[in-house]
Write a protein that binds this ligand. Structure first.
Ligand code: GLY
Ligand code: MN
Ligand code: MN
Length: 418
C-alpha cells in the first residue's frame, strides 16, 4: 500500500537525477529543496495537494511538509512522521522509519526536527543551493542558511527538466493519449443547448476514470467566450452557429498534456469560421514542421505570425499597416513537462536558443476577433486556437497529440459519427 501510493517517479530513479545535478555543482555543494505548502480552500478544507515540481522531480515524494537535503556524500529527508490520530483523517503517511528504504535516503528525520538538524548538515557545506520557488522554510531557518554561501538552484535544475528522458516521454504520451480521447468524446457529445460545464464534465470524468487529474483549469468557451484567453467560468449555453474552444489536458504522475481544439457546436463550420480556422491550421502545421534540433526556438512563432497576418489581411480583417496583436496576442508555444508552462529558458548567453532532442513544446497559434465595427460582422465573436504537444526528436519532431481530429474534414466527420 505504501509503495503503491507513492509516485511512479520513484521508479524513475530520482537518485540519478540528484547525482546528475550534484555532478554539475562544486565539491562540497549542498542542495536544499522543500515541497509546496498545502493550500487552504476555505474553513478546514484544503485543495488537493500537488507537490512542487522540482521537489517531485528530485525525490519522487508526494507528501506535503517535506524538505530534502543532499550532497555528494549524503541524502537526508525531513518529512511528517506517522501519526495514527491524524492518519484517521488524512490517510497513511510514509513516516520516518520507512523513508530511507522507499526514498533511497541515507537518513530521515521528522520535519519538526528541521530547525535543529539543519545547522549540522549545513555546517561543512562550501556552497548551499536552495530552490527558492516553493520557499516554505521559516525565517529562522532561512537566517541559518543565509549565514552560508548560498545560490539559487534554478538554472541547473531547469536545464535538466527541460530535456525529457524516455520515462518522462512515456508519461507525457500517456497524458496526451488520455486527453486526446477526452477531446474526441467532447466533440462527439457536443450539441446545441448544452452548457459549457456539461462538456467540461466529460473531461472531469475521462481524466478521473484514468486516475489522472487536470494539469490546469480547463477552458470550455462557446462563441465569443473563446476570445477571453483565460476563460474558465465554463457556465454558458452552447448556441447554434457558434464555435466551441476547449483547452484541456490531464497530467500523469505530474507530467502534463496541453491540448486545444476548436470546433462548431452544430458540427458544421460556417464560411467565416472555415476561413479563420484554416488560417490558424495552416499557421500551426507550418510552425510544427519547422521544429527540429538546431532550429531557433522563436521560429515557430515567426512562421505562425506571418501566416496569420497574411491570412487576415487577405480577408480584409487586418489592414496592411494594422496591429496583428489585436487578433493574435499570445506566444505560439511554451515548454511542457511537470509544469504546464514548464521551466527552461528560451535564451542562452543572451541569444535565443536552438531546439534539442528531448525538449517538449506546445504549438498553439490562434485568432480572436471581438466585435468591431471596422470588421465584417460575420467574423465577430470567432475565437480559434489549435494546440498540440510536440517532442523534439533526433531527426525532427513527434506530435504526441496527432491522433486528435484537427482538419476541418476530420472534425466534421468525427462530429457526424456521434
Ligand atoms: N493551457 C494553458 C496554455 O495553453 O498555455
Ligand atoms: Mn499551452
Ligand atoms: Mn492550452
Amino acid at each position: 500500500m505504501l509503495l503503491d501510493s507513492h509516485s511512479i517517479i520513484l521508479k524513475m530513479i530520482p537518485k540519478n537525477r540528484r547525482e546528475r545535478l550534484l555532478s554539475q555543482l562544486e565539491d562540497g555543494a549542498l542542495v536544499i529543496i522543500s515541497t509546496n505548502p498545502e493550500q487552504l480552500r476555505n474553513g478546514d478544507v484544503h485543495y488537493p495537494f500537488r507537490p512542487h515540481s522540482d521537489f517531485w522531480y528530485l525525490t519522487g515524494f508526494t507528501e506535503p511538509e517535506a524538505v530534502a537535503v543532499f550532497s555528494k556524500e549524503n541524502y537526508t529527508i525531513f518529512l511528517r512522521d506517522r501519526d495514527p490520530a491524524r492518519e484517521i483523517w488524512d490517510g497513511e503517511r510514509l513516516g520516518v522509519a520507512n523513508a530511507p528504504k522507499i526514498l533511497k535516503a541515507d537518513k530521515a528525520y521528522p520535519i519538526s526536527e528541521l530547525k535543529t538538524q539543519l545547522p549540522q548538515l549545513v555546517k561543512n557545506a562550501v556552497m548551499l543551493y536552495y530552490d527558492f520557488k516553493p520557499c516554505t522554510l521559516d525565517d529562522k531557518i532561512m537566517a541559518c542558511l543565509m549565514a552560508t554561501n548560498m545560490q539559487s538552484l534554478g538554472e541547473c535544475l531547469n536545464e535538466m527538466r527541460l530535456i525529457k528522458d524516455k520515462n518522462e516521454i512515456a508519461l507525457m504520451q500517456k497524458a496526451a493519449d488520455i486527453s486526446t480521447q477526452a477531446h474526441q468524446l467532447a466533440m462527439q457529445k457536443t450539441k446545441v443547448g448544452l452548457f459549457e460545464y456539461e462538456i467540461a464534465s466529460i473531461f472531469d470524468a475521462s481524466f478521473g476514470k484514468n486516475n489522472t487529474e487536470h494539469a490546469y483549469t480547463p477552458i470550455v468557451a462557446g462563441g465569443k467566450n473563446a476570445c477571453i484567453l483565460h476563460y474558465i467560468n465554463n457556465n454558458q449555453v452552447l448556441n447554434e452557429g457558434d464555435l466551441l474552444l476547449i483547452d484541456a489536458g490531464c497530467e500523469v504522475d505530474g507530467y502534463a498534456s496541453d491540448i486545444t481544439r476548436t470546433f462548431p457546436v452544430s458540427g458544421k463550420f460556417s464560411v467565416a469560421q472555415r476561413q479563420i480556422y484554416q488560417i490558424v491550421l495552416d499557421a500551426q502545421l507550418a510552425a510544427i514542421k519547422c521544429i527540429k534540433p538546431g532550429e531557433i526556438v522563436t521560429k515557430p512563432h515567426q512562421i505562425a505570425t506571418k501566416i496569420i497576418q497574411q491570412g487576415l489581411i487577405k480577408l480584409g480583417i487586418l489592414q496592411s499597416d494594422g496591429k496583428l496583436s489585436q487578433f493574435y496576442m499570445h506566444g505560439t508555444g511554451h515548454w511542457l513537462g511537470l509544469d504546464v508552462h514548464d521551466v527552461g529558458s528560451y535564451k542562452k548567453n543572451g541569444q535565443h536558443r536552438q531546439y534539442q532532442a528531448g525538449m517538449m513544446t506546445t504549438v498553439e497559434p490562434g485568432i480572436y476577433i471581438r466585435k468591431d465595427d471596422k470588421i465584417n460582422s460575420m467574423y465577430w465573436g470567432i475565437g480559434v486556437r489549435i494546440e498540440d504537444d510536440i517532442l523534439v526528436t533526433e531527426n525532427g519532431n513527434r506530435i504526441l497529440t496527432k491522433n486528435l481530429a484537427k482538419t476541418i474534414d476530420e472534425i466534421e466527420h468525427l462530429m457526424r459519427e456521434k
